[in-house]
Every structure is written in C-alpha cells, then in structure tokens.
Design a protein around this ligand. Sequence first.
Ligand code: AMP
Length: 406
Amino acid sequence: MTATRVLVLNSGSSSVKYQLLDMRGGARLAVGLVERIGEETSRLVHTPLLGDAGGKRERTAPIADHAAALKAVAEELAADGLGLDSPRLAAIGHRVVHGGLRFTEPTVIDEEVLAEVERLVPLAPLHNPANITGIRTAQALRPDLPQVAVFDTAFHTTMPESAARYAIDTETADRHLIRRYGFHGTSHAYVARETARLLGKDPEDVNVIVLHLGNGASASAVAGGRCVDTSMGLTPLEGLVMGTRSGDIDPAVTFHLMRVAGMSTDDIDVLLNKKSGLVGLCGDNDMREIRRRIDAGDERAQLAFDIYIHRLKKYIGAYYAVLGRVDAIAFTAGVGENAAPVREAAVSGLEELGLALDSGLNAERSDGARLVSTPYARVAVAVVPTDEELEIARQTFALVSENALG
Ligand code: AMP
C-alpha cells in the first residue's frame, strides 16, 4: 500500500490545528482544532470530509496537555477509518514559526534539528516552544514516521543582506541575531506560485507583490519565485497596520513611553502587539465591522481604515521600486480575500503604475483564485486564497518522497 497521506499539525501554546490530506490529489480527508488545552473548557472540533463520513463532531471534556490532545485527535481520525497507525500515513508535517537563518528548506526532524529550534526560542518565545511540544508529542505517537518541520521564515531567507539587515551596529546585531526574518512565509510562497499559475506563467518568470492581509498582515516582494523583501522583521510586529499590531513606528516611541508614561517593557509589548493597529485606532479589528461602521458614518472607523490603506499603499510603492518590474499584485488571507473595499482603496490612484481594477470583478465573491484587474491593465491584480496547510503537506510529502527515492 503506498503511503500518500500527510497529517499537518499547527501547534500553538494552548491549541492544535490539524488537517489530514491525501497527496495523490491534495484532497482533504479531515480537518479539526483542539483549543483551550489545559483548561476546564477544552474543546475538540473534528470534521471528516470523506464522502459520507458525516458532519462535524465536538468534544468538550477537559484535555490536560498536548499529548492528550493528539490522542483525542487520533481517536477521532480512527473513528473515520483514518487512524494514525495506518500504513498510508507517509509523514507528519509541522508548522514551525522560527527557523532563523539555518532552516531555508523544509527539514526532516531529528534531535539536532529540535535542539536548533529550541536555540531559536528567544526569537519566537511564544511560538517555538509550542511547536516543539507538538513535535515531541507526535514523535511519541508514531516514532517510526518521518516528521518534517516547515518554517514560516524559510521563504524569506533568500532576502539579500541589503533588505534583511537593520542599519544598527553590526556587531551588536550579529551577537543577538538581530535582523529581519519575516513571517507568513508558507503563505507568501504558496500565493506567489498560485499567482504565476493563474497568469499561465512559470514562477521564475513572474514578479509579484504578495499582500497577506489577515489579522496579522505582511507584504512581500517576490522576484522570479524568490523573496527579495518582506514587511515583517525580527518579529511579526514590523510593517503593515494589522488587526492588533501597530506595524512600523519610530522605535523611539518605546523609549518615550518608558520615560514619560513609566511603562515597562512588557506593558509596551502588549500595547504594540495587542492593543494597537485597527483595534487601537477604532476599537475593532474585524474589517467587516469596520466597514459596517464606515457605512454608518463613523469617523473613527474611517480614519482607522485610511491609516491601514495609507500604509498598504506605501508598501506597494516600495516593493514596486524594489522589484523594478511588477507583473502582479496578489491579495490573500481573511481581509485580502474578502474585503473588496480594501483592494479597491489600496490600488486606487495607482493607474500610473499600471494598476486598474475591474470594480465588477472585484466586488464578486468566489472561493477560487481569480483576476480582478481590467484586461488592459499592465499589472494583474489577483485574489488568491491562501492554503498554508496544503503547502506544508506538499513540502512535507515532496521531501519524504525524495528521501525514499534516494
Ligand atoms: P485571517 O487572520 O487570515 O484568518 O483573517 C481574519 C480577518 O479577516 C478578520 O479579523 C477580519 O478582519 C477579516 N475578514 C474575514 N472575513 C471577512 C469578510 N467577509 N470581509 C472583510 N473582512 C473579513
């Protein structure tokens, strides 16, 4: 029996998201989520997607830790005839947030790789420990199976030093691993490739600006399939205005807050990561709610929207200059895929750059990748639904198949 299934795990500090895919056609067999691990109110939501497997199932008993979570997931999958002991399972692919400079590719996990991911914990103190726990738990469940790490930072490791380095003292930067790493890399890689496919071209022949606009948001400049710049930096705080993060600010704002407001490092961390961005500007971080308020004449919501768009435009312009020639701009993630007014505002006034939206196409809703620019526009504008799990599964399966061949 050929092993063609891949389980994708995205482990957070108190949650695990999972998908089981069959790589013969990329079909999803089951998807699910365990949340509030370690609390009384834990919840597992499991959805089998095979033919007549039935609908969504939910468990609400407390789940003590990640091991218990994965055991519960394995039971749910087994109930659908998709047990993790199946010889059809080829590998488990893990999303790992920070791979530093070392991990430029998906990597089969061994003790040495885990030690390196551990060493990078200071750069991703919330994410990497959770990812490591997820990996260890999955290893205990199937010690014989290849486990692959797919890093959020990997796609950005092709950035030239001129884009990746901050203009600070080099020795200090090197000693403390301070540089721009970028995040959402799996999404940027997937969307850049799908955009080329939509244009009927090879990724090597296409320059794309990818705008990943979700609750977290980042832009990237992709030249011939390789990332040459991205808006997130040492941490996911830099760059665009996000749901709750400020994006770019003068770093001296932090010293100023310490001096004049007596705020601690942790206070400022919370302020900039959780209480800024759209939520800081207008109290809401959901673009649907912001649009509803704008339609009702709310000026704070309008100003928040305008600041969000202004920043987005600045990055579009900057990445035009970085790339020299742009073939397409691709919008993705929750806001990018769904919020037609954001796409319209972001490219309006940029006709001189070859951008022109077809407002009818832009307003239409659709699940698939599509073009929303006018046919005569020099630069295509695309809406490309992102699929990080499929990309992790593809990269995982490609790596284990390659290793199996030899
Ligand atoms: P993500 O992080 O990619 O899941 O994106 C989540 C964000 O997408 C939410 O916070 C909303 O701001 C936005 N979003 C989701 N659906 C819509 C929609 N139909 N219209 C506008 N924004 C949306």
